[in-house]
Design a protein around this ligand. Structure first.
Ligand code: C5P
Length: 244
């Protein structure tokens, strides 16, 4: 792939064009970044593991009626995707208090939220991806009020499906980040990836706050055994999906 000019390179993925109109290849990298790329590293085989987990989760969500950009996996660390114009909003759904929610509100880590919380962040590295109010999101004219509601409803629907699937894997879906885009027909599609890089996943069989972490917090917080945790997520998702 290295001879094909890149269409876009992000922190975790490279997007390549193909000969087919409106079809791209997403190549998942082993590079890991955190804290707006202030911390950098590599997680062995992360590209392959995240690509496989994302593929399985997109396939599952499609069976549940969620429209995504995913078409098929074409290599261990590569998938064919439909072109979408990414909405520059990061949609975060939280079921349990963790991360920036705890830092910014003082809520204790691990507190179950009375209802899932949907938040919108501006996708802008230079500004540090700030949390937006609804009015700020509308002020920036990135989406219409109707589209903002649609994003919230879609995110909550995805949360319901993913919580159920991860529960079958013995994993608590604490929170996660989604990205959406519009295709050529202005159809809203779930895009980007869903993986231990973009979710907080806690092993339900573990109560120890460090041992239970199965996601990128192992990298962010230097907890070690990152590769093993990501592998474990993949194995469990694969096992549950083969039964479906
Ligand atoms: O850091 P924070 O607690 O706001 O993150 C909430 C969720 O969104 C976490 O699962 C985190 O991994 C994910 N996230 C992400 N990409 C970002 C910011 C957050 O995947 N740029």
């Amino acid at each position: 792939m290295s001879s094909v000019p890149k269409r876009y390179e992000g922190k975790a993925k490279i997007i390549y064009p193909t000969d087919e109109p409106d079809i791209f290849l997403a190549h998942f990298k082993d590079d890991a970044t955190a804290f707006n790329a202030l911390k950098r590293g590599q997680i062995q085989r992360k590209g392959e593991v995240n690509c496989r987990i994302s593929a399985l989760l997109f396939e599952y969500l499609e069976t549940q009626g969620i429209v995504t950009h995913y078409l098929e996996q074409t290599a261990p660390n590569q998938m064919r995707i439909r072109a979408v114009e990414i909405i520059p909003l990061e949609v975060v759904v939280r079921n349990v208090a963790a991360g920036s929610l705890c830092r910014q509100t003082g809520l204790p880590e691990g507190k179950e939220l009375p209802a899932p919380l949907v938040e919108f962040y501006l996708k802008d590295d230079d500004l540090g991806d700030p949390l937006l109010t609804r009015d700020r999101a509308l002020l920036l004219e990135l989406v219409t009020p109707e589209q903002l509601e649609q994003l919230k409803d879609r995110a909550l629907e995805i949360d319901r499906h993913l919580q159920e699937l991860f529960a079958e894997c013995g994993i608590l879906l604490v929170d996660f980040k989604l990205e959406f885009g519009f295709d050529r027909d202005r159809q809203l599609r779930l895009a980007d990836e869903i993986s231990p890089d973009t979710c907080r996943l806690w092993n339900q069989a573990e109560s120890d706050p460090q041992k239970r972490v199965m996601d990128k917090d192992r990298f962010r917080r230097d907890l070690g055994q990152i590769e093993a945790a990501y592998q474990q997520v993949l194995q469990r998702v694969e096992a549950v999906m083969t039964q479906k």
